[in-house]
Design a protein around this ligand. Structure first.
Ligand code: ASP
Ligand code: MG
Length: 411
């Protein structure tokens, strides 16, 4: 007997028939003698619909009220899923995040899980129930409803698996695993049987939407065995996220690059002509951090004539807020010549643990882009990743040519 957490994404619970299908799979696992915790997202499109609705009333919705509202999507699906299980004669019980007591901090719309009270869930499992938990949500210490950021149901699933010491956390989605890149952009993209946790973390942070990044961080921290599978197929082992060290035996078969991620979610902010003096980076980025805005890439140019240019990227949704902070609060000190925002950029990243033992990956990437006449605006690297910012309109082309250059297509 194993304890398994199964998380189902929005497309897997998009309508009553699909919810019944989820219940049937859960029933099969239950019949094998396993204990099952099910975590569900809202029906596909529902969270977007709720956000749009809120924006019709208030263009920049108050975050606390937005959370109260957008958390309702998952509340509907837990009830429906529990009902579907009952219809199959299975004992089932649903919980919202607050009912479980998934305690989070108070950062509305992007809260972090601080603690989970697993007492009731354990009791229910021992009493033979399938427990169905709402993904994406929790409550802060005062009981205010919070949400965990878009895609946050993955994190709920992994966090529950961690606290329950589950044998496996299965993430069911509309694709049958993690691919070398998005098959909608590159039809030749290939499913990976396994991928290392570190690579998955980089891919998620660089824009792969398969798993929310926080869920991967959680899985790493608590060594949760994580598997991505299709909810539309009954066969197949999906992609296993492993903790083994790849390339340990210098296996020639191991690909150098495992995947290519991309996203259009970021915007670039450039601060032109600031004095090249100590403390400038802090003066610019301090207030941005204080406003809880995440900064991704940062570049400061070598100064000339005592002035320099400074660029960084933030989420597109936060570009205007960041620009306002710079223009209203920061410009008085830094006296920049100009502060510009550009949201027509995209980021493309190649990821692979094989980079550690191979040289020339960066130059191959840059040559491939140069041959297509694609200009690189920013570069950032880690031990297993090279990411570039380019003009948005070249994004798909860049992904396609890189996928080919690194020979990622199916053999
Ligand atoms: N329903 C939420 C969203 O659409 C959470 C999730 O699906 O993971 O982002
Ligand atoms: Mg998702």
């Amino acid at each position: 007997m194993a304890l398994i957490v199964q998380k189902y994404g929005g497309t897997s619970v998009a309508n009553p028939e699909r919810i019944r299908n989820v219940a049937r799979r859960v029933a099969r696992y239950k019949a094998m003698g396993h204990q099952i915790v099910v975590v569900v997202s809202a029906m596909s499109g529902e969270t977007n619909r709720l956000i749009a609705l809120a924006k019709e009333i208030m263009p920049e919705p108050d975050p606390r009220e937005l959370d109260v509202m957008i958390s309702t999507g998952e509340q509907v699906t837990i009830g429906l899923t529990a009902l579907a299980l009952m219809e199959l004669g299975i004992k089932a019980k649903s919980y919202t995040g607050a009912q479980v007591k998934i305690l989070t901090d108070a950062a509305h719309t992007k809260a972090r899980i601080l603690d989970i009270d697993n007492h009731n869930i354990k009791q229910d499992l021992n009493d033979g129930y399938v427990v169905v938990v709402a993904g994406f949500q929790g409550a802060d210490e005062f009981g205010n409803t919070t949400t965990l950021g878009r895609g946050g149901s993955d994190t709920t699933g992994v966090a529950l698996a961690a606290t329950l010491k589950a044998d496996e956390c299965q993430i069911y989605t509309d694709v049958d695993g993690v691919y070398t890149t998005d098959p909608r952009v590159v039809p030749e993209a290939r499913r990976l049987d396994k991928i290392t946790f570190e690579e998955m973390l980089e891919l998620a942070s660089q824009g792969s939407k398969v798993l929310q990044i926080r869920s991967v961080e959680f899985a790493g921290k608590y060594k949760v065995k994580l598997r991505v599978l299709s909810s539309f197929e009954d066969e197949g082992d999906g992609t296993l996220i492993t903790f083994e060290e790849a390339n340990k035996d210098n296996n020639m078969e191991e690909p150098i690059i495992s995947g290519i991620a991309f996203n259009r979610d970021e915007a670039k902010i450039t601060v032109l002509g600031v004095p090249d003096t100590p403390g400038i980076a802090y003066q610019i980025l301090g207030p941005i951090a204080d406003a809880n805005i995440d900064v991704d890439m940062i570049i400061q140019n070598t100064g000339a004539d005592g002035v320099t240019d400074f660029s960084f990227t933030v989420h597109k949704n936060e570009m205007n807020k960041a620009l306002a902070i710079l223009r209203d609060k920061v410009q008085g000190f830094i006296k920049a010549r100009e502060i510009i925002g550009d949201d027509r950029i995209a980021k493309v990243a190649v990821v692979g643990v094989g980079m550690r033992s191979h040289v020339g990956i960066a130059s191959q990437m840059f040559r491939t882009l140069a041959e297509e006449g694609i200009n690189i605006q920013m570069i950032s690297t880690s031990e297993i990743k090279i990411a570039v910012v380019i003009e948005e309109k070249y994004m798909e082309l860049a992904v396609r040519v890189l996928h080919k250059a690194f020979e990622l297509e199916g053999k």
